[in-house]
Design a protein around this ligand. Structure first.
Ligand SMILES: NC(=O)c1ccc[n+]([C@@H]2O[C@H](COP(=O)([O-])OP(=O)(O)OC[C@H]3O[C@@H](n4cnc5c(N)ncnc54)[C@H](OP(=O)(O)O)[C@@H]3O)[C@@H](O)[C@H]2O)c1
Length: 327
């Protein structure tokens, strides 16, 4: 496992880190014993950074991480998120009182004195135009409740606005073979300001793993079933917003250019790491076998210019038209 510096935090985090949404909920049934085994396997493979949220399984994912934290202490860093407990999910909800309450709840779930990294959880766009929200986060840092803070965004424009706030250490954004726009302008700006980048949904919700078929079915409580059209949250979070069959077609072409000796998952993760502005990719992992495959991708050789150009070509032909301007 290779490590990269996360913003100005001074932490060196595993360039492939652990996305903990699926071990909380919304991805069909998961067993805590299997999730715990996947988390331990990840640590064995050098992973030291975990991304979760207070709403993943209503704290279930945070509580699983609390056990890990007890074992490994400060050797690991845990990023969580706040905001999605708000109902309705309004900009006004991102006030000092609510943010403090959310942080206190995460502190309890994670069983820590302070949250390592708190991210605003894809807030409404207006929040980026409310300096008082970032002021409240600065106060939480001063009060010792959070060490650092960042944002998780839907759109490139939100990311560009967010990094105008000095305290923002990290931006989490969808970046994968089906979502290439962040690399155009945002990455350069983030690099200039030494802002860390967490590349989320790196496998386009598992589609880039190359195992999905036209007739694959998903459990009723899996967002790949219930959020295809954005019924529950932003459409872009499910298969990166790419139409299912279009995605399958593009994946077939990606399979043809996947370098020998690596799997499609590793190809997709390696592609992300080719961009040095990215701090880490955070694939979702449910089982130890997935951990083994995903975290090994850090040690593979860089992709050739030729392969990179071909991936770009596949994106341009199949994906660009429906996603590029939207996120
Ligand atoms: N708004 C936000 O802030 C936000 C939104 C989305 C995600 N995130 C973060 O980003 C992380 C990653 O995104 P994601 O989990 O949505 O999507 P992802 O990483 O693109 O896809 C994860 C899914 O891919 C499949 N997979 C993983 N490893 C595999 C392997 N080796 N072989 C075959 N299939 C494999 C698994 O599903 P199956 O085994 O069920 O097929 C897994 O649940 C999340 O866990 C979360 O931490 C944040």
């Amino acid at each position: 496992m290779q490590y990269r510096e996360l913003g100005r935090t001074g932490w060196k985090v595993s360039e492939i880190s652990f996305g903990c949404w699926a071990i909380g909920g919304s991805w069909g049934q998961v067993e805590d014993s299997e999730s715990a085994a996947a988390l331990h396997k990840a640590i064995e493979l050098g992973v030291n950074f975990f991304d979760t949220a207070d709403v993943y399984g209503d704290g279930r994912s945070e509580r699983l991480l609390a056990k890990l934290r007890k074992e490994y202490g400060d050797k690991i860093h845990i990023a969580t998120k706040a905001g999605r407990r708000l109902s309705p999910h309004t900009p006004e909800g991102y006030n000092r009182k609510n943010l403090t309450d959310f942080v206190e709840r995460s502190i309890k779930n994670l069983d820590v004195e302070a949250v390592d990294l708190l991210q605003l959880h894809c807030p409404p766009v207006q929040v980026y135009y409310m300096p008082e929200v970032f002021g409240a986060l600065d106060e939480l840092v001063k009060a010792g409740k959070i060490r650092y803070y960042g944002v998780s965004v839907e759109k490139v424009e939100e990311a560009l606005k967010a990094i105008e706030y000095e305290g923002v250490q990290t931006v989490q954004i969808i970046f994968n073979m089906f979502r290439q726009r962040p690399a155009e302008l945002f990455f350069e700006q983030a690099k200039k300001r030494k802002v860390g980048i967490l590349a989320r949904v790196p496998l386009a919700s598992g589609m880039l793993a190359g195992k999905l078929k036209k007739d694959t079915s998903f459990a009723a409580d899996d967002h790949r079933n219930f959020n295809r059209e954005g019924q529950a949250f932003d459409k872009g979070e499910t298969f990166s917003g790419v139409d299912y069959e279009t995605g399958l077609k593009a994946v077939e072409e990606l399979k043809d250019i996947c370098p020998k000796g690596i799997s499609m998952v590793q190809f997709a993760l390696r592609w992300i790491l080719m961009n040095e502005a990215v701090t880490c990719a955070i694939p979702g992992v449910k089982r130890p076998a997935q951990a083994e495959q995903n975290f090994a991708a850090s040690d593979f050789a860089p992709l050739s210019d030729e392969v990179m150009a071909k991936v770009r070509g596949i994106y341009d032909r199949h994906i660009r038209e429906s996603v590029h301007h939207r996120w």
